[in-house]
Write a protein that binds this ligand. Sequence first.
Ligand code: FES
Ligand code: FES
Length: 170
Amino acid sequence: MPHPSEDTSCRISKPDGGVPTTLRVNGHRHVLTLDPRATLLDTLRDTLHLTGTKKGCDHGQCGACTVHVDSRRVNACLVLAVAAHDCDVTTIEGLGSPEALHPLQAAFVEHDGYQCGYCTAGQIMSAAALLHEPCGDSDDEVRELMSGNICRCGAYGNIIAAIQDVRGKR
Ligand code: FES
Ligand code: FES
């Protein structure tokens, strides 16, 4: 029986050279070799330098890191990058461009749906997924589906107005 300090069974070992992983991000294919412990959030920001996706809590609580994986919204801080192998990932950089804003981006500008802007990428990525999810017409139902996205500035009223505008509900 080994002494507890000698038991290595719980240690996470990094394979030599990392894990080969292919990510398709905003239509671009990236062939990477990743630490299996790397989150999708850190990989997007630190490896691919796509810093539009923000790190707030890093614990799945704030929604600042929301991206789409195969068209579904996820908290990128809770997804291992290797788990997104061969998936299509969309970040805020892939949603629209300064010359051709996504309708939600334009609506957030028009309705002042932000103050400091730190939560905004996550809010917009969640809202973009919501457009294709079953959601009732009311503001309350949108609030419920957006409840995973926290805004410390309290811009909620204008965020809901922007989303409802794009949905044609006001
Ligand atoms: S940083 Fe991912 S939910 Fe907060
Ligand atoms: S605009 Fe500042 S946290 Fe939402």
